[in-house]
Design a binder for this molecule. Structure first.
Ligand code: HEC
Ligand code: HEC
Length: 465
């Protein structure tokens, strides 16, 4: 599919090139844009900045969160981060990227207990990357061994089983040869020089922008929807039985993590009292008082990140719930009731229903986090929006609506153009349409070009007195 598209694009490009040789500079550009290994990026970068924490998450029973963690995210730097995240060129054998093990439709986790690395399977289950900026943001990896996102990103970059960057000079030389990196670094940092710190920094901007504030549970908290009776019952169980470990934010507790002397009382949060797997002692690797302790991941998008736990031992949410209900092992940590919560069948169903309400569907397909190298992806995404586009009233002499079903909040551009292609108005939105006032425009026929990435459709609009 992808190959066919590229061949077609090149073919069309060639036709355009031949049929209009008087202006071949822009057509040469067109060629560049559809080259097989080049990312396809929007003219105006997608919106990664300006994320606000939902009000209800600012104050939780477990402490306060703040929105300032998002303040410095830059659209241009995150755009560079997106390309780096998906670019196989970075890896030693040019055959894998961050996205090999962190896949958007799985909330940036993957679906096997251990991932296929460059040389062998990884030793732990791939972690999802959603919501790392504001919750779980002081202890990364399953063993919580790293406290700073930007620094820890060096590890997957340099790990010979992951991206495996050993010779940064060679990588930089390779990146300088591409048609896209010098320009992307220039836009992001004001100069095109490529070095490792910028690579880390850009990946961090991209990852920090990944938030899931549109789950059914959030919509319920914002009083936009009702939850079902089952979901509501599950929510009550969750608040009592699960949330004291699977908190959102809980800065106070997590910051004690920075001061191990304060940690004694809190260590118990990091065990869910499962049978210890051979050979993996989690945080015990770096603190002998923490044998068998592991990160408590956020449960946002948990539906999508099976199998579960650091070793992927549970295949389904039901198996996880069964563990908490009757599989709890005796352990020195003893936070959970002995022998488990002993949920009834109905309670298990309710709890599972609530966990499913923690999925943010739009996050899984949102184009700003998607693979910029995958042309087929942006094609199929375009169709949904295009098929629904309407311009009304038409003819119009005042407020004019350009509507479409932009369920995944993609960035859509609209250009109002004269018949000879002169752009008279440029609009951009993540919502379901635009409204624009045409009463000041000269009467006549116009074209409304609705654009998603490189693709567009044209609709005619008549402006009358
Ligand atoms: C071969 C598979 C693989 C590749 C490639 C890979 N990762 Fe990972 N990633 C993992 C696994 C497995 C873990 C969990 C490791 C652990 O905790 O010990 C992980 C953990 C992480 C975490 C920690 C998340 C948390 O909640 O603590 C981040 C962040 C991360 N990876 C980012 C990246 C980035 C950025 C890249 C590309 C530069 C990348 N990864 C490439 C498999 C991979
Ligand atoms: C005492 C603290 C604690 C409590 C209470 C707790 N958990 Fe956990 N949970 C953890 C820890 C620690 C892990 C990671 C364990 C590991 O991988 O070794 C975890 C992991 C999970 C995972 C897998 C996450 C992933 O990304 O693979 C799910 C799902 C989960 N818990 C659901 C629940 C539910 C549902 C409840 C309430 C019935 C609950 N937890 C109560 C500490 C807790």
């Amino acid at each position: 599919m992808r190959k066919i598209y590229i061949v077609l694009s090149l073919f069309c490009g060639a036709i355009l090139f031949l049929s209009n040789s008087s202006d071949n500079s822009s057509n040469a550009n067109l060629f560049l844009l559809v080259g097989e290994s080049d990312p396809i990026l929007p003219e105006v970068p997608y919106d990664y900045a300006g994320i606000e924490l939902p009000k209800l998450l600012l104050e939780t029973p477990y402490g306060t969160n703040d929105s300032t963690v998002f303040d410095d995210i830059s659209n241009d730097i995150a755009t560079l981060g997106r390309v780096l995240f998906y670019d196989e060129l970075l890896s030693v054998n040019e055959n894998l990227s961050c996205a090999t093990c962190h896949q958007q439709h799985l909330s940036f986790a993957d679906d096997t207990p251990f991932s296929e690395g460059a040389n062998e399977e990884t030793q732990r289950n791939s972690l999802h990357l959603n919501d790392l900026a504001w919750t779980n943001n002081v202890a990364f990896f399953w063993d919580m061994s790293h406290g700073d996102l930007e620094k820890m990103i060096l590890l997957p970059l340099q790990n010979s089983n992951e991206i495996g960057v050993m010779d940064i000079d060679a990588l930089v030389a390779k990146m300088e040869q591409t048609s896209y990196y010098p320009e992307l670094f220039e836009k992001a940092y004001g100069n095109s020089e490529i070095y490792l710190f910028k690579i880390q920094n850009a990946l961090t901007h991209f990852i920090r922008s990944m938030v899931t504030f549109n789950t059914r549970s959030d919509q319920f908290d914002r009083a936009e929807i009702h939850l079902t009776a089952d979901e509501l019952d599950g929510r009550s169980i969750f608040l009592v039985s699960c949330r004291f470990c699977h908190f959102e934010g809980r800065k106070e507790l997590m910051h004690e993590f920075d001061y191990p002397s304060n940690l004694d009382a809190n260590r118990r949060f990091f065990s869910n009292e499962m049978e210890l797997a051979e050979g993996d002692i989690g945080a015990g690797n770096w603190d002998s008082f923490m044998d068998g302790l592991f990160k408590v991941p956020t449960l946002r998008n948990i539906e999508k990140t099976a199998p579960y736990m650091h070793d992927g031992r549970f295949e389904t949410l039901r198996e996880v719930i069964d563990h908490y209900s009757e599989g709890v092992e005796e352990s020195e940590w003893g936070m959970l009731p002995e022998g488990g919560f002993q949920f009834t069948e109905e309670e298990k169903n309710d709890l599972e229903a609530f966990l499913l309400a923690l999925t943010d569907e739009s996050f899984l397909t949102e184009v700003r986090w998607s693979d910029p190298f995958d042309q087929t992806l942006s094609d199929s995404k375009l169709e949904e929006v295009i098929h629904s586009a309407e311009v009304f009233p038409n003819p119009s002499n005042g407020l004019t609506y350009i509507n479409f079903e932009n369920i995944n909040q993609r960035q859509i551009m609209a250009y109002l153009m004269t018949m000879d292609g002169k752009v008279v108005r440029k609009l951009s939105t993540h919502k379901n349409g635009f409204v624009t006032d045409v009463s000041q425009l000269p009467v006549g026929m116009y074209v409304v070009r609705i654009k998603n990435g490189e693709d567009f459709i044209d609709k005619k609009l008549i402006v009358q007195k």
